[in-house]
Ligand binder design. Structure first.
Ligand SMILES: [Cu+2]
Length: 124
C-alpha cells in the first residue's frame, strides 16, 4: 500500500466514523429556557422518540415541559414522570404542558406508558 492509498483509506474511515457519530450517536440535549416568571420551559417533540431526549434544568425552579406529539402511533400517547407522580395524555398535534418543581438534583427518567420511548431530565 502506498502512502497515498493509506491516506485515502484513513480519511475514508474517519469520514465514516464522523457520519456514524453524527447520525446515530449524537444525542439531542436541550437546556430549558427561563421565562419572565422564572419558570424553566422546554419544547419536546414526540415522534418516534423524544426530541430532545435529555433536558437540563436547574433545581428549585418550576419547570414546564411542553410536549408536542407529531405522530399517531399509540405507543407515545402518554408520557409518564414516575419520580414526580406526573403523567399526561398527548393528543396528536396538540401541545401539552407538564409542570412540576424539581426539588432535588439528579437524573429523572420520563417515558411512554410502556417504557419504550425514554427521555431524561437532568436537574442540576
Ligand atoms: Cu410506548
Amino acid at each position: 500500500m502506498t502512502v497515498d492509498q493509506l491516506f485515502v483509506t484513513i480519511s475514508g474511515l474517519a469520514l465514516i466514523v464522523l457520519i456514524v457519530w453524527f447520525f446515530w450517536l449524537k444525542k439531542a440535549k436541550g437546556t430549558a429556557a427561563v421565562d419572565a416568571g422564572g419558570r424553566q420551559e422546554a419544547l419536546i417533540v414526540v415522534k418516534g422518540g423524544y426530541t430532545p431526549d435529555t433536558i437540563v434544568v436547574e433545581k428549585g425552579r418550576p419547570v414546564r415541559l411542553n410536549f408536542r406529539r407529531e405522530e399517531t402511533a399509540s405507543c407515545s400517547e402518554m408520557v409518564l414522570f414516575p419520580d414526580f407522580n406526573k403523567s399526561a395524555k398527548l393528543p396528536t398535534g396538540e401541545t401539552v404542558a407538564v409542570e412540576f418543581l424539581p426539588e432535588k438534583a439528579g437524573e429523572y427518567e420520563f417515558a411512554c406508558q410502556m417504557g419504550m420511548l425514554r427521555g431524561k431530565l437532568i436537574v442540576e
